[in-house]
Design a protein around this ligand. Structure first.
Ligand code: C2E
Ligand code: MG
Ligand code: MG
Ligand code: MG
Length: 283
């Protein structure tokens, strides 16, 4: 083939890439409208204690119900929201909804909220979290903030001070998707994280490769650092039995439940607990 001539493969890929970037640009614009129009909704996925089998908390997971395009996955829209900075207002919305929902649940049930590293660029993040807790009336120890390893790789002074202030506030801190990024074990200890969440890619590959050994060593690491360990993506009995045998403290996955609406959380709480908080659980 002639040098300098784009090959058909090249043309194919560039056309494909253009479609992807066009969609991203359109979604970015539609996101602004979607926020004001209330197209974003927080779903909740239950997390269970391995030793007691009891419900411990829910993870807040954002959904975008686009009026024309249907359900758009956070795997697609979160990166767009991060690039455009929209993750900051969206993040506050998730936090507010999650705290308001959790305050109507029984006191021993917590709520976990994912925080993007981009949200730490917001100087007012800690005050915003504090304000949301105050406004909702949720006790800080019921809020668990999930961050990813990239945040701690080379933390800026702003990130360091934000984490220290969050610690003082009394919220819980979880290292999410553990094992998929570049972990700094030293920072894990330095910031006294409460929990490691083992990424579901390891759970999925439990019967293959070295995943089982990797999960075991992550669980022993969590014990050595006096942290809890949650196994994510538990879809069957085998994976649950593994979590139990290896001493994971919590499990989360489709074996128990998929993320659900706040109304379905109310129903699950009634069924699971058989009791309601004074006055009943708001649905
Ligand atoms: P994540 O925080 O690691 O959340 C866990 C993801 O695994 C969720 O996907 C959940 O639905 C999925 N999952 C849980 N159990 C199973 C299982 O047994 N099998 C399978 N196949 N999947 C399972 P989801 O809701 O699509 O969210 C994907 C990612 O998007 C999240 O990963 C998180 O990184 C991000 N995300 C979602 N909501 C938010 C948000 O409000 N803020 C931020 N910053 N990120 C969010
Ligand atoms: Mg998470
Ligand atoms: Mg995760
Ligand atoms: Mg994950």
């Amino acid at each position: 083939e002639a040098k300098g001539e784009p090959t058909s493969t090249y043309r194919f890929y560039s056309a494909e890439l253009k479609l992807v970037s066009d969609r991203q640009a359109v979604l970015e614009t539609e996101m602004r409208k979607g926020i004001t129009d209330g197209e974003f909704e927080v779903y909740y996925q239950p997390i269970y204690s391995v030793s007691t089998g009891k419900l411990r908390s829910f993870e807040a997971l954002l959904r975008w119900k686009h009026p024309q395009r249907g359900m758009i996955s956070p795997v697609e829209f979160i990166p767009i929201a991060e690039r455009s900075g929209m993750i900051i207002p969206i993040g506050y919305q998730v936090l507010r909804d999650a705290c308001r929902a959790a305050v109507s649940w029984p006191d021993h049930i917590g709520v976990a909220v994912n925080l993007s590293a981009v949200q730490f660029k917001d100087c007012a993040l800690v005050e915003g979290i504090e304000e949301t807790l105050r406004e909702s009336g949720l006790s800080p120890d019921r809020l668990d903030l999930e961050v990813t390893e990239s945040l701690l790789l080379e933390p800026s002074p702003r990130v360091v001070s934000a984490i220290e202030r969050l610690r003082e506030l009394g919220v819980r801190l979880t290292m999410d998707d553990f094992g998929t990024g570049f972990s700094s074990l030293n920072n894990l200890r330095r910031f006294r994280f409460d929990r490691l969440k083992i990424d579901r890619s390891f759970t999925r590959d439990l019967d293959k490769s070295d995943s089982a050994e990797i999960i075991k060593s992550m669980i022993s690491l969590s014990k050595a650092l006096q942290m809890q360990a949650t196994l994510e993506g538990v879809e069957n009995e085998t994976q649950l039995a593994f979590a139990r045998n290896e001493g994971a403290t919590e499990v989360q996955g489709f074996y128990y439940a998929k993320p659900m609406t706040v109304v379905d959380v109310g129903i699950l709480l009634r069924d699971h607990l058989g009791t309601t908080k004074q006055g009943g659980i708001a649905a």
